[in-house]
Design a protein around this ligand. Sequence first.
Ligand SMILES: [Zn+2]
Length: 600
Amino acid sequence: MSLPNGRLDVHSYANPEEIRVRDVALDLDVDFGKRILSGTATLHFERSDPAADRLVLDTRGLDVARAESGRGQAWAAARHEIGPADPILGAPLSIQLAPGDDRVRIAYATRPTASGLQWLEPAQTAGKRHPFLFSQSQAIHARSWVPVQDTPAVRVTFEATVRTPPDLVALMGAAGNSTGERGGTYRFRMPQRIPAYLMAIAAGDIGFAPLGPRSGVYAEPSVVARAAAEFADTEKMMAAAERLYGPYRWDRYDILVLPPSFPFGGMENPRLTFATPTVLAGDKSLVALIAHELAHSWSGNLVTNATWSDFWLNEGFTTYIERRIVEEVYGPETSGMEAVLGRQDLEDELARLDERDEILHIDLAGRDPDEGATRLPYEKGALFLRSLEELFGRARFDEFLRGYFDHFAFQSITTADFVAYLRRNLFDGDRAKADTVPLAEWIDRPGLPASAPRPVSEALARVARAAEDWTSGRTETARAAFPNWTTHERLQFLRRLPSPQSVERLRELDQAFGLTGSENAEIAFQWLLMAIRGGYAAADARLGQFLASIGRRKFIKPLYEELVKTESGRARAREIYAKARPGYHPISVETVDRIVGTPA
Ligand SMILES: [Zn+2]
């Protein structure tokens, strides 16, 4: 569906239907003292409308000093204008072009408040000695650090020169990342076309360890060895994904482990996944996150949602593929547990969401696309694909998906493009089966079709029985089994206990399983949620420490939401948040401000 002005994306001011940017060259200084990036962006473009004389870019809070346009080596000053700023979209930057121009050069600087960058003080890092910078461009934050056509419908190649203090390292989601050499000037080149939301930069005291011939891990020096051990199966995951969906097309796959304020689990920046340190559990039990980010190398990065209403094409496919990779590497028991927990997450989300947010092809007009990033597009999308796999058979469906990635490689597509491809390449081959698929219910309606798959896991069913036993006072089953359970089983056990638990029962659990002291972030999170609900004061200090040291939105949002349900909890939330807020990422601040309120 196009908008009346011919534009597809309601979250961008850009005019790619007239002029399309094809390549971006950045030359940037990283100034930790002022907390700004400054320099130039040179954009090469093609005219789809030969008469077009104005390039419109997206910006948010950029200070533009100068714009020039030109062709070849000839440059001339260009009239430019920044329009009024919208709280969600930022402001359009229009640059006047002369006939024949094919490039613009913009001199600009970011602001310390750039929504796509987080500047960390040394105290917020593991090493405590150097500052750290990282970007998070998805959904529409690239425009806060680069003037671009910030719509996933536009793909560009890019190159960059980045200067940092000489003892620090800059990395980008691109070729050219240093595996040891420092010096303060770094050059990058991204030869594959990507949308702006996948542009990524980081800088800090960063070390490297190889994982395999084409993979490795970056992190602060004191974290590198632990991260390399945790992610040792990365090459196996890559091989599994390639067997299923065709070659890995991004040359290298590296992972950057960020400081704990990173607001997400992971971000699939091509060639360089950004990951939260909260997955470093010590036992590989949370590495499904890496399977997920790696899966994006096919779904999302290779075949990309053309607008944020099509976000489920990125995340539903990726969640489905993540579980297929986990099945290949860790076996069906593990992937089966993840599917069961995924459906539980989805049902929890369905109980909370407005109907308009339960629709895969979501309408986000007038809204921040970050609001659409609930669990719904992930889990409902994955369940939809699983239903197709079950109906048409795994062999047929795998062949279909592999063909889909080949067909749309390095393109950005809409939900309508996918549906047309699905009809032609899967449904038309078996009309009788196709007629049973409630396609409109899956894609355009709230809730779940009655025929939606219900994954089962014997291991989790055993855990559920242990939880029932515990509840009725027979605690030996869980006491005997807990030490041997995986993280998934432990989580399920806690989730299946009735809520709230009394303080006495919480103390009994804590004494049996050492939950307040758990260093596993998922377990600690689940336990702290139960502790708040049951008023278990012995976990208070751990709660304060957890919220002050971790900025991952998946954890902090539900904990604050649970706290503010009572008067005393609200006071406690305010007190914790006042201390924690300066350390949170702008995206997490935005979220928690809405729950707790902005501190005075
Ligand atoms: Zn994802």
